[in-house]
Ligand binder design. Structure first.
Ligand code: SF4
Ligand code: SF4
Length: 360
């Protein structure tokens, strides 16, 4: 990975708390980003103006695990060099983003510069999320302290042991460590067969440790890439969703909206559309190698060019609004509903505002 020769010093926890824009740690529902989003939605409705409110970065496809549900590492990609990554973050903020997320398909903490990328996004006033397998949290805590949301993948497809420590135990310990260090943490579990059959275990873990919990379906393309025996039957999925909806009534740490689960029960395993898809209008995905797409499920399909040598702002405006049969991803459905000003999706988001995300 090419690196900037000038080393950025990461702030201490106290300094991080004062990173520009007042109190530092933004919630993913606070007033200023909400007003910015509202303005962008109005500009879309009146002038058909597209604003990249939320941008997801595929950070690396290197990973210390090889999970059954993951096919992503089979295609090794050249990563965006450090200096260009830093300037892309500036361009994304300039183009109107309120939120960025560092995600896979590998483990973002495998990048040595992850702390600097997070810090750059924070300095630009962005809400910053990360999806991680959680294994390196204890080693990289100082670098990830500024995150506004850390989604820790937690499911039984991670059956490995490292130095005889069961990985899931270590991941949970690390998630609790991050939470106790002031980082809003959410466990993220894929609804594979074993998870569906033992869904109550996940509720107990969420309740016992006061951790938010996100549950989402295998995407359609995953279903062709993973062993058939880990895909739940339709009945198993529906039974798990019924239990989740019941649990959600009293366990306020379940992140996904009721609406998403009801649609999943109706359509699974088929992908579905709900409200109009806002991919390429309000959100976009930057692949590991810098290719820009309307959304993560469409990676390898219609790219708007590569950001290593093209600016983000004008490339985003070239994104086409995709026609596709839909998808199963909860995050995209939630975003579509939020940007469509769906009242129940907005209410669900409000439930997970800064003061309410976890610890109940
Ligand atoms: S931890 Fe995540 S990125 Fe790594 S192999 Fe597993 S699913 Fe893939
Ligand atoms: S519905 Fe289609 S275009 Fe929209 S996010 Fe899903 S895969 Fe992308």
């Amino acid at each position: 990975m090419m690196r900037n020769s000038k080393k950025t010093t990461l702030p201490t926890k106290r300094q991080a708390a004062n990173i520009e824009h007042g109190s530092g740690k933004d919630s993913f529902f606070s007033l200023s980003p909400a007003l910015k989003a509202l303005k962008a939605v109005l500009a879309y409705k009146v002038f058909d103006k597209h604003t990249p409110l939320s941008v997801t970065f595929g950070t690396t496809n290197r990973c210390n695990f090889s999970c059954q549900t993951c096919a992503i590492q089979s295609s090794v990609k050249q990563e965006i060099p450090h200096d260009r990554f830093m300037s892309i973050i500036d361009e994304v903020a300039e183009a109107g983003a309120i939120r960025v997320s560092f995600t896979g398909g590998g483990e973002p903490m495998m990048r040595d510069d992850i702390g600097e990328l997070i810090l750059r996004a924070k300095k630009n006033g962005l809400i910053v999320g990360m999806v991680s397998n959680g294994f390196f949290i204890d080693k990289k805590l100082d670098q990830i302290r500024n995150l506004d949301l850390l989604l820790v993948s937690y499911d039984k497809s991670k059956q490995h042991k490292q130095k005889d420590i069961p990985v899931l135990d270590k991941i949970l310990e690390n998630a609790v460590l991050a939470k106790n260090s002031g980082i809003p943490v959410c466990l993220q579990s894929v609804l594979i067969k074993d998870t569906c059959l033992h869904i109550e275990d996940f509720f107990s873990i969420s309740r016992q440790h006061g951790l938010a919990l996100s549950l989402q379906s295998l995407e359609k393309w995953d279903q062709s890439a993973v062993p058939a025996e880990i895909i739940p039957s339709r009945n198993e999925m529906i039974s798990a969703i019924e239990k989740i909806l019941m649990e959600k009534k009293s366990n306020h740490n379940i992140l996904n909206s009721e609406r998403y689960f009801k649609l999943l029960a109706k359509y699974w395993p088929q992908p579905f559309h709900d409200v109009n898809c806002m991919a390429g209008v309000f959100y976009a995905s930057v692949d590991i190698d810098g290719d820009l797409y309307s959304c993560t499920p469409l990676i390898k399909q219609v790219s708007a060019g590569n950001l290593i040598d093209q600016p983000f702002g004008s490339s985003f405006q070239k994104l086409s609004i995709p026609h596709c049969p839909g998808c199963l991803w909860s995050c995209h459905h939630e975003l579509n509903n939020i940007f469509s000003m769906n009242i129940s999706a907005l209410w669900n988001l409000l439930q997970f505002s800064k003061n309410k995300l976890v610890y109940r």
